[in-house]
Ligand binder design. Sequence first.
Ligand SMILES: [Zn+2]
Length: 132
Amino acid sequence: MLPGMTGLARAILLLCPNCGKGRVMASWFRIRAGCPACGLRLERDEENEYWLGAYTLNFIVTEVVFAAGLLVVLVLTWPDPPWTAILWGGGAQMILTPIVFYPFSKALWLAIDLMFRPPTPEDFASSSDTCR
Ligand SMILES: [Zn+2]
């Protein structure tokens, strides 16, 4: 497997990209402060907007899912596409996709960040605050 692909595969399973053992999410919308297995601090850069990449990733996935769905519907129903259904279905998809993809966007962003900035000793928090 290519370097970093293991981390991405672990992130898709919502496991720590670093060790593959700890679950990164405390709930669907709340990421843990640190990995319960290896202690990796999951918010690696608190001063900058660390999760901006995850939000961007979530936005891109939402738009790509919409574009792919629109293309499929247009191809299947041309020359008489159901425009009202496309409007409402597209609106519902735009609301639901980011909610469903939310934890995956954070875990994948963490895996991508770890590919470009491998963990350093500072990334491993003390065990006292791994389950905030
Ligand atoms: Zn870990």
